[in-house]
Design a protein around this ligand. Structure first.
Ligand SMILES: *[C@@H]1O[C@H](CO)[C@@H](O)[C@H](O)[C@H]1NC(C)=O
Length: 286
């Protein structure tokens, strides 16, 4: 009797231990994703909301301000790579639906309750990915590195070598938003064609990639923050904005109308610019 009782206690104990340690692990995993989704949701809000006072919107400017000595407030989100969503292998990503029709199933799969900030972020990302491209634009949401490369090759030319550019933080700092001054190093990178890929809030890595036919310029700009931070920032300037939606957030931030001015923007560190690799003649002499 005593032994039976003891084994019963042991069984309960084991059950509790198993359930709770497993639950703890799951909570930790979901917690990490939640944290990322919350921060990136905040940061990506500007694609869905029109609050022009949010610091996250301070990435837009016009071509005339792209000159050495210019000082302006810029938002550079710092992300902890440990909390960023992971790239999934293509087979894994392709085995999960990526469609707003499947949202209830997806929320169950990732254990997010409907109407949670994470559910809203996922829904916004899916809708953004399903929206029609504007005139002269090609877009694609890549759920794996392989699919991002396929799309990029299709746009830039199947036979050309491609290379990617991204903003680099030269110094470690926790400041997300401050005034930066443009230094002398301001380099235009030839971009006959371009694909820009933006990370989207999602439980695994999703890139919103797009390419516009009309004139774009790509620059690498050295910046120094008021606190001494140094950033090698990537900038894309869109020369023709006439096809953009009149309520595009950049117009509200800059106080301009479609087609009246160029729109430039800084790229956060985890977004990518893909360009064809140009072979400069004479550079390999010696
Ligand atoms: C940037 O500088 C301007 C003028 O010096 C100042 O009014 C503004 O508060 C600064 N912005 C930030 C984010 O530090």
């Amino acid at each position: 009797m005593g032994l039976k009782f003891l084994s019963w206690i042991l069984f309960i104990y084991l059950l509790v231990f198993l359930c709770c340690s497993y639950g703890g692990q799951a909570r930790e995993l979901v917690g990490k994703e939640n944290k990322f989704l919350e921060t990136s949701f905040e940061e990506n809000k500007h694609t869905h909301h029109m609050n022009h006072l949010a610091p996250s919107l301070m990435v837009f400017f016009t071509l005339k301000d792209l000159k050495a000595g210019k000082r302006m407030p810029i938002h550079f989100p710092k992300r902890d790579p440990a909390n960023s969503p992971k790239l999934w292998p293509r087979e894994e990503a392709d085995s999960v639906p990526f469609s707003s029709n499947q949202l209830p199933y997806l929320l169950k799969l990732f254990s997010f309750s409907p109407h949670s900030p994470q559910a809203t972020a996922m829904e916004n990302t899916l809708r953004e990915c399903e929206s029609k491209p504007i005139k002269g634009e090609v877009k694609f949401c890549a759920t794996s590195l392989e699919s991002m490369l396929d799309f990029t090759h299709r746009i830039l030319g199947l036979t050309s070598e491609i290379q990617s550019f991204a903003t680099l933080h030269q110094t470690k700092s926790s400041v997300n938003f401050q005034n930066y001054t443009i230094m002398e190093t301001l380099m235009q990178i030839p971009a006959p064609k371009m694909v820009a890929c933006h990370t989207m809030p999602y439980p695994y890595a999703v890139f919103y990639c797009h390419s516009q036919e009309s004139g774009n310029r790509v620059y690498r700009v050295s910046l120094v923050g008021d606190n001494g931070d140094r950033v090698e920032a990537m900038v894309v300037c869109h020369l023709d904005t006439s096809q953009w939606a009149p309520n595009h957030v950049s117009f509200q931030v800059l106080g301009i109308t479609p087609g009246s001015s160029s729109v430039c923007h800084f790229f956060p560190a985890d977004h990518l610019i893909w360009l064809p690799k140009l072979h400069v003649h004479g550079s390999s002499s010696m």
